[in-house]
Design a binder for this molecule. Structure first.
Ligand code: CA
Length: 239
């Protein structure tokens, strides 16, 4: 089944080039030229599998569109890839605040963009440990995750995570007590080798820790090496 991509781009030349190239590669497309239209089309069934979102739009900014997509439970799980000409915004874009799954800086090559799109689709479609049979819910200390619904709770409070953050958390959790190097996480979580550096891993782990509050302590930092999920919650001894 071919994935449906929502293209949000106000420049007609760029959006028709994207539309043409994506359809040539077998994707289905939907096009929005404004932020408001993007929000409306994102919520329309069938849900898009990925949203390509331009940062500079005529009505509301791409960052605001992203924020609103993340607020709505119906559009929250859809991966968002930002298209931006401004590299200094990147930390905010992929960050805690907005939760885009990836970004591509303009001008981009269509080939690179397609690689990135496939990587994002791959990681939103696959679970990190497909071989192991898993129950739908995992409980660990104050943290509970539903693998099927992609939902996470900390002390019964639901934590909205992006598709990427969920995969990062699940990957770390499914390898409890084992050191995960940044390189390994890049390969397994981001599913891509080029153009993403190990600093990206640090930024995302930091943000994930902030989001999951008390459960953030379950992810240990091994300086200069990587990360490790605890084998037991540190607070269990006190109970
Ligand atoms: Ca634009």
């Amino acid at each position: 089944m071919s994935a449906l991509i929502l293209i949000v781009e106000d420049e007609p030349d760029l959006s028709s080039t994207l539309e043409f190239n994506l359809e040539k590669e077998g994707f289905k497309t939907r096009v929005a030229a404004t932020g408001e239209e993007a929000i409306r089309l994102a919520a329309e069934p069938p849900a898009p599998d990925l949203i390509l979102l331009d940062l500079m739009l005529p009505d509301i900014s791409g960052t605001e569109v992203c924020r609103r997509l993340r607020q709505d439970p119906a559009t929250r799980p859809i991966p968002v890839m930002m298209l931006t000409a401004r590299s200094e915004e990147i930390d905010r874009i992929v960050g805690f605040e907005l939760g885009a799954d990836d970004y591509v800086t303009k001008p981009y090559s269509v080939r690179e963009l397609l690689l990135r799109i496939r990587a994002v689709l791959r990681r939103s479609a696959t679970s990190p440990s497909e071989a192991a049979p898993e129950s739908a819910e995992i409980q660990f200390g104050c943290l509970r995750i539903d693998l099927e619904a992609h939902r996470v709770w900390v002390e019964d409070e639901e934590i909205p995570l992006t598709a990427l953050e969920f995969k990062l958390l699940h990957t770390l959790m499914s390898r409890q007590g084992r050191v995960q190097t940044r390189k390994q996480l890049l390969q397994d979580v981001w599913a891509i080798h080029a153009d993403v550096n190990t600093r990206t891993v640090d930024t995302h782990v930091k943000r994930l820790r902030q989001k999951i509050l008390a459960a953030g302590d379950y992810i240990e930092t091994l300086r200069g090496v990587g990360y490790r999920f605890r084998t037991a919650p540190p607070d269990e001894a006190r109970v």
